[in-house]
Design a protein around this ligand. Structure first.
Ligand code: PRP
Ligand code: URA
Length: 209
C-alpha cells in the first residue's frame, strides 16, 4: 500500500482555508494554490538523495551535503493541475513537465482523455502526478495507468484536497503510488463534488463558469 501523507503544516492549513472560501477571488485563489503547492513540495522532496561534499568556508574546510540529483518529471492533469506546477518547479527547477488532458464527464463522472504530451526522457524519470482535486479518483487513476502503459514510473500523486473515496480508489488501483494531500475531506456529494471541498478547481483557477 502506498503512503498517505497529509501535509498539515500550519501555513498550509491557513492557506487552504482561504482557498476553500467561496468569496476568495480568482487572482487570490490562483496565488494561494501556487503557494500551497510550493509548501507541499517540502514534504514531496523529503526523500531526495544527498551526497557528501566538502566546501571551504572562509575559516576552514566544512563537510556538507548537497542534493545528489534525481531525475524528476511533473505530470499535471489539465486543466486544474496546471495551477500547482509552478509552485513545485520553484523547488525542483530542473524537473521536466508532461501534460495529461483529462476531464470528467458530468453525467457519468468517468474521465475522458483528450491530450497527452510527455518529455522524451519520461521513462527515465520518477514522476509526480499533480491535480488539486481527488474526488472519485477516476482521473488520477486513468492518468497513472496511461503513464504506466507507456513504461513510465509514476511514484507520487500530489493533490490539494481529496475525498476518502478517491484515496481508496487510488490505493487499490495503484498501491505503488504515494499520495500527498493538503487536506482529507469528509465525502463526495451526489454530483461527485468533494464536501466541503472548494468547488470546481478548474473554474475557480481560471474564472470560468
Ligand atoms: C477535476 C479535477 C480532477 C477531477 C477529479 O477536473 O481537477 O481532474 O475533476 O475528479 P475525479 O477524481 O472524480 O476524477 P475537471 O474534470 O473538472 O476538469 P478541469 O481540470 O479541466 O476543470
Ligand atoms: N473536481 C473538482 O474540481 N472539484 C470537486 O469537488 C470534484 C471534482
Amino acid at each position: 500500500m502506498g503512503r498517505l501523507v497529509i501535509c498539515d503544516h500550519p501555513l498550509i492549513q491557513h492557506k487552504v482555508t482561504i482557498i476553500r472560501d467561496k468569496t476568495t477571488n480568482t487572482k487570490h485563489f490562483r496565488e494561494l494554490v501556487d503557494e500551497v503547492a510550493m509548501l507541499m513540495g517540502y514534504e514531496l522532496t523529503r526523500d531526495l538523495p544527498l551526497e557528501e561534499v566538502t566546501v571551504e568556508t572562509p575559516v576552514s574546510k566544512a563537510a556538507g551535503k548537497t542534493i545528489a540529483g534525481r531525475m524528476v518529471g511533473l505530470i499535471p492533469i489539465l486543466r486544474a493541475g496546471l495551477g500547482m506546477v509552478d509552485g513545485v518547479l520553484q523547488l525542483l527547477p530542473s524537473a521536466k513537465v508532461g501534460h495529461v488532458g483529462m476531464y470528467r464527464d458530468e453525467e457519468t463522472l468517468q474521465p475522458v482523455e483528450y491530450y497527452v504530451s510527455l518529455p522524451t526522457d519520461v521513462t527515465e524519470r520518477e514522476l509526480i502526478v499533480i491535480d488539486p482535486m481527488l474526488a472519485t479518483g477516476g482521473s488520477a487513476n486513468a492518468a497513472i495507468s496511461l503513464l504506466k502503459k507507456r513504461g513510465c514510473r509514476p511514484t507520487k500523486l500530489m493533490c490539494l484536497i481529496a475525498a476518502p473515496e478517491g484515496v481508496k480508489a487510488v490505493q487499490e488501483a495503484h498501491p505503488d503510488v504515494d499520495i500527498y494531500l493538503a487536506a482529507l475531506d469528509e465525502k463526495l456529494n451526489e454530483q461527485g463534488y468533494i464536501v466541503p471541498g472548494l468547488g470546481d478547481a478548474g473554474d475557480r483557477l481560471y474564472g470560468t463558469k
